[in-house]
Design a protein around this ligand. Sequence first.
Ligand code: ADP
Ligand code: MG
Length: 350
Amino acid sequence: MDVSVKNLRKEFDRYPALNDVSLDIRSGELIALLGPSGSGKTTLLRLIAGLEQPTRGSIFFGAEDASHRSVQERHVGFVFQHYALFRHMTVADNIAFGLTVRPRGQRPPKAEIRRRVGELLEMVQLSGLEKRYPNQLSGGQRQRVALARAMAIEPKVLLLDEPFGALDAKVRKELRRWLREFHDRTGHTTVFVTHDQEEALELADRVVVMSQGTIEQVGSSDDVYDRPNSPFVFSFIGDSASLPVTVNEDTVRFQDTSIGIVPRASEIAIGSGTLFFRPQDVVLVTDPAVPALEGRISTSRRLAGTRIADIDIGRAGEPHHVEIEVPLDAQAANGTTIRFRPTRWKLFGA
Ligand code: ADP
Ligand code: MG
């Protein structure tokens, strides 16, 4: 089911938790809403579900304006971070819940419910556990039961709000892969909320980056990582370093050092701007004749296959600070002077 959100605004006591958000979610797509805490992800999800009413704007399910439809009428499935299963019910009864509470005429017969629960358990790869109680399951298994329960009503859209947020890192990673594979198998239109950029990049067909109640960028993982369209997206996704620069007709300079040529298609006004680059997109420069940024290593830390050095850079009175990646065999003792150039960078207006 295609879902379209048009000019959505949601205020809580006049405070805009969402401000003029528009988004087209395509049928069968797995989309991630990614943003820091408080950016409006849950609010957007609850508006799609019908758990909140918009202050302004509308929500379409396919061609139908669903803005005034009830939660039940929207046929959405949910999984939340702490969506506790019913503790006193078996796995099978938990999964069947959405079907058994239907009004009489719409409730499937018992045998049909049992068959459906069996199918759903198979779908989430938990066959054989139907008689267990939630406290006899691992955290990851519980969230898969929650997913099966959400799927039981044959939802038009699956809404997952940080479903793996309470699990430890290793299980999270496993479930992330598992969910992607599950989605490829079942093809449900899915909206997945997370504040974890790695999770979003790995899992989603498209990533919606949110900040302060608005959408900053929508694109593939490659788009938002390699072609971030704002300083916020650049620094929120992946590691980044930034420096204030001056821009004239053809060159970009940090203090006295030329960093490169202004990109031809650049819309950056002459004057000042901010240069962003990733710590890994630098080369060390040893030839003193080659212009380079020069700084002093203040500290460095070893990662698995590389080293990240903290560099104090800039002339006295105008100090700046960047992190860059240096090869493990480079001279990187604290206090060492180091020269480098960013190989890929992006310029934003000041
Ligand atoms: P996220 O899920 O990205 O962390 P939320 O959508 O939960 O963000 O919240 C967005 C903003 O709206 C936050 O500033 C939050 O405090 C506020 N907010 C969310 N729900 C309510 C509510 N029921 N009442 C008042 N403020 C709320
Ligand atoms: Mg939230």
